[in-house]
Design a protein around this ligand. Structure first.
Ligand SMILES: Cc1cc2nc3c(=O)[nH]c(=O)nc-3n(C[C@H](O)[C@H](O)[C@H](O)COP(=O)(O)OP(=O)(O)OC[C@H]3O[C@@H](n4cnc5c(N)ncnc54)[C@H](O)[C@@H]3O)c2cc1C
Length: 337
């Protein structure tokens, strides 16, 4: 199949392990948890479509290509590498990477090498829908023609929660705070809504920045802010609820009801969100849990998931890479074992 047009142009005979046997044939939506026994793969084009070129998707593509599967990687953004492009200071990453963009570049290089070797086709587009049928899986794209493969591995990660998503925040008017971790070293005096771990990332990334960060966080974040409480730039206030609005002089004001029973008003030139993340999978046939995450074990044979998209726990690079490889192996052994 030509990954860019969605037409099946590959008619060669493949003797790789990835071409030996496959799931059953048919046309209806797939409900089976596994492939039919002893049947041939009906798709002669791309076998595994990987959606998302972050650590999980790249790992899945590398593993799948290593197993001899034909891989198409769909990435919505200009560059392969995912969230690490935005992380100034990383820790606990295989290989000891500490600089996010350098690590992201290495992932992009891995995919470029696979492409050069003819093991992977890169499609730069946004997947808007994934669907599983009995004999194939499909990815609908925002701009291009749909892609067809034998299975789809979705690794689209998570996106930042916004003030409107948090039940303890009332954001008035047009207030839409940007994520803290995207702020530069010149942030100065800022109000930070939420105590998620990117606060520590920002402090490590900008050790010399002379900031005053007034962090208003719910009790649930207390154990996370404790990790950075000793930094003199951080000023913590635990709140039950908070109302944020613009003031006339283009500053922001937050009225906070503290867990200590007090009510305090904070003002600063900027307000930043640090509220955590939520999954953002394409529409379609992925099975979602109560919080919108898509665990691998809940999916049909033709739809696999990896990385941060799987669950709110273990949202780190090592589990993302491990789960990308795991998903590719899960498909490989189910289809070809
Ligand atoms: C501020 C911050 C600091 C962090 N620091 C660390 C750290 O020090 N150590 C650590 O281990 N982890 C850290 N993490 C977590 C780490 O970044 C993630 O666990 C990891 O990036 C998850 O990889 P992923 O491939 O699942 O998702 P992502 O890295 O988010 O990649 C997802 C990819 O999918 C693409 N995509 C999304 N939707 C679509 C679509 N519809 N169609 C096509 N493509 C799509 C995106 O453009 C992106 O390239 C940090 C995270 C943040 C936010």
């Amino acid at each position: 199949m030509d990954a860019h047009t969605g037409t099946d142009t590959n008619t060669d005979t493949d003797t790789s392990p990835g071409a030996r046997t496959g799931p059953g044939t048919g046309t209806g939506p797939s409900t089976a948890a596994g492939p039919g026994p002893g049947t041939e793969t009906p798709c002669s084009g791309t076998e595994l479509i990987v959606v998302g070129g972050g650590p999980a998707g790249v790992s899945g593509a590398l593993m799948a290509a290593g197993l001899g599967l034909r891989v198409t990687l769909v990435e919505a953004r200009e560059r392969i590498g995912g969230r690490p492009w935005e992380i100034g200071a990383m820790e606990n990453v295989p290989g000891g990477w500490r600089d996010g963009p350098a690590f992201a570049r290495a992932l992009a290089d891995d995919i470029a090498r696979l492409e050069a070797a003819g093991r992977c086709t890169l499609v730069r587009d946004r997947a808007v829908r994934v669907a599983a049928y009995e004999d194939h899986a499909e990815v609908s794209l925002a701009h291009g023609a749909p892609l067809t493969g034998t299975a789809v591995l979705v690794a689209t990660g998570v996106v930042p929660l916004e003030a409107g998503d948090a039940d303890w925040i009332e954001a008035r008017g047009t207030v839409r705070p940007p994520p803290l971790w995207c702020a530069g070293p010149d942030v100065g005096h800022a109000l930070v809504l939420g105590g998620d771990r990117p606060l520590g990332t920002w402090l490590r990334t900008h050790p010399e920045a002379g900031a005053r960060l007034e962090v208003l966080h719910p009790r649930a974040d207390a154990y996370k802010v404790a990790e950075v409480a000793a930094d003199p730039r951080v000023h913590l206030y635990e709140v039950e609820r908070a109302t944020v609005q613009h003031t006339d002089d283009q500053r922001f004001e937050v009225t906070a009801h503290g867990t200590d029973g007090g009510v305090r008003t904070f003002g600063a030139p900027s307000v930043l969100a640090n509220l955590g993340m939520r999954p953002s999978p394409p529409a379609g046939d992925l099975v979602r849990g109560p919080e919108g995450y898509c665990p691998l074990a809940s999916q049909s044979f033709r739809l696999l998931t990896a990385g941060d998209l799987r669950s709110a726990r273990h949202q780190r690079i090592t589990p993302a890479q491990g789960s990308g490889a795991e998903a590719a192996l899960t498909y490989y052994y189910a289809a070809h074992g």
